[in-house]
Design a protein. Sequence first.
Lengths: 343, 562
Amino acid sequence: MGRQIIEGILRRTASVLLVLFVLSLMIFVLARVVPGDPARMALGPSATAEQVADLQAEMGLDQPIIVQYGRYMGNALRGDLGESLVTNRSVTADIADFLPATLELVLVTVFLVFLISVPLGVLTARYRDRWIDNAGRFFSLFGVTIPSFLFAVGLQLLAGSFFPDWPILGRVDYQLNAPDGPTGLLLVDSLVHGRFDVFVDALQHLAFPALALAMAGIGQITRITRSAMIENLRKDHVLTLRSFGVPERVVVFRYLLKLSSIAPLTIMGLEFASLIGNAFVVEMVFGWGGFASYGLTAILQKDLNALMAVVLISGLFFIFANLLVDLALSLIDPRLRLRGQSA
Amino acid sequence: MTLLDVNGLNMSFSGYGRTRQVLHDVSFSVGASERVALIGETGSGKSVTAKAILGTLPGNASVDGGSIAFDGLDLFRQSMADREKLKGTAFSIIMQDPLSSFNPVFRIGQHLDDVMYYADRRRGEVSSAAERKARIHDTLRKVQLADAGRVYNAWPFELSGGMRQRVLIALALLHRPRMLIADEPGTALDVTTQDEILRLINRLVAEEGLSLLMITHNLGVVRQTADRVLVMRHGKIVEQGPLAQVFDAPQEQYTRDLMAAVPPLYGPQVVDQPVSHKTPMITLQGVKKVYAKRGLFNRGEGHLAVDDINITVNEGEIFGLAGESGSGKTTVARMMMGLLSQTEGMIAVTGAPAEGAQRLSQIVYQNPGTSLNPKRTVAQTLSVPLARTEVPADRQARMEELLTLVRLPVSYLSKYPHELSGGQKQRVAIARALAAKPRLIILDEPTSALDVSVQKTVIDLLLELRESLGLTYVIISHDLSLMRNFCSRIAIMLKGEIVEQGTPAEVFAEARHPYTRALISAIPVLTAEEQALKPSVTEEERARFLVTSGGGQAAPQATGTE
């Protein structure tokens, strides 16, 4: 059994490295073959041809792409992702500043998705075809079909007109003088420093962006949980427990919920991709100084080093999230863990 | 003394705006320490009766009249809480399908402990976790699960079917009920395991002085486990009486038909199919199949599915491959069809395909419920093989001809599978195989999903088709009594090897291999005369060839072979 686990980890790591390699190569080549000269864009229209040529040489843009890629990866492995042409700082430092904001938003969103959709999925399955099921199904269809930027704008409008004091821009009130470090996640840092006023304020700031981002996931996961529950309610083992008088709430909330969480968790892993994509838009709407706004500027300004870092880290984030999902699945389902095969 | 008294029970199901009566005036009683069997075919209402007693009826069921009294207590007049209290303590059920009766993501012990904890609580008793565990271990030992600790900590998929069935019996015994309701126990298991389970239930019932309500469609099982018999049909009890009376002198035509449909194992009714000495169609010589395991470090290792198979199927014969699950019979059949390639040995197909046909052989699967696409009509299903062989103009005529061949009305062409009964679906599956004009048909457990009386009509149809179309059959089955009468030659498989081969008459009269004898002796039969004619097996031989499910190792389900 031990060998199976080691084998699994090795295979997994190998596939992660392969995906990252292909991803980096693709984005590297793509960013360099599209028209537009980064050196010219960085220096502005007034720079002379020599200045542009100098910068090109400095950035290595006159070398063949494969040489550039080799040099970039060599530096990246040492933790040096190059310099951003827009902020004129090292990309590593930029990422360290912007990534925690996005991470915080995404983590709270995932939490919100599970908090709302799992109970809703169970309820709609248990009271199938009753009014609560119909309402729940309408709600989830609503969440799946409407794009998240529309939710973002709509929530902002609603908040603006009904709760004028509720913050709808940024991460935290600047007058509060929020503490720095150690994680960059405001919710964690404020608690570490014992600043509950900052914690509450950060939560308020998070509420609407997270909700706007969560709606699609809520719709999706509610539907999956519902259908998994309905399918499992028909199984013989439910009848077994009922026949011996085990209370219905134990049958549903202990036995069925665990079994029925396999499908939603798997889907959640895949949802991360669209979550990151949607975060780009939602962050713009709510003026959230995060990774996404940084990435968007990088794309528009053809800031090659920043762009590479944003794509690679988004990819890494997606892979890592799915690794966690797989780990959770194997904790839930002994068949995955002990048989060492994907069922 | 009467323990359970069902009186004038009427019940109906409603759904889609219609109400259908499922039980008509059902009355019977079960005395203390009495064993009663409730027999009937699919849809006769026997499981509904059990659910009414237990109180696990689905929401769309309604009781329209009558009463059920347990030890003088009118069940329908009890409050919900009082009825819950009776579950597991007054009566309990032995569930049918050991494969899906446990939640796969919870340990066996968790199921047992929860059932015990809540039953204790309902009775107002407080029990500690350690004390419950001790009681559960005791009960597990009672059902011959020697290594109770290991079973308690096992996940459901780690146990063999026989072991899970024993745990289900333990579950029913946890609170020392006075009556056991057994719903087709062991039906899903191999015949030798089923035999062990039935012996265990009988022993427990005798030792603990329990009453038993045995629900089954297998008449052989009834003979072993009942003192009194109730025959049920279309929601009515059509005949009841002591076992000897019902079995020796059945009063009702339906009971007589039911008994006649069971293929005899020994005696004057047994049919011997003529042996064919025509040219061979398929020859297997020293065939071996290894399923390779895919892995990073262990390339090359694998699971040996079948080894050293030597078979010749002659034209016009009915060749039977018998064996229990995991014995490799399906692997052999798939290699014969060319769906799998052998690892070693030679497979020679010497028979030529019929004129206009692409292949020599076709296959009919076990469960027509899943082998027919539910979204396609019979005509659409049949049109697939016909698209290759017929010009479009002839297709309609050919479809009608095929349905007539399998004795179905031509109008059934426009029906969907869910509109057909199990037997009718299997006829469509046979028609689909025939559509490709095979000369050899491989029948993979063709009747095991069907009721006995339906099974008989399908078998009769297959014999007629062989006669009129000159077909050759290879049948795979675990049902030896069926094969005794249907096959002209049989081979018995054990763990991937053929241990015995010959005509059924030879094999059943004097089986050379002890495994064959053990297999035959485990088959439930209808009469004492047949029972006496079965070969005897010593305990030592049993232990050598049968994996006793109560003992140690789990039998992993061999994926891909069955």
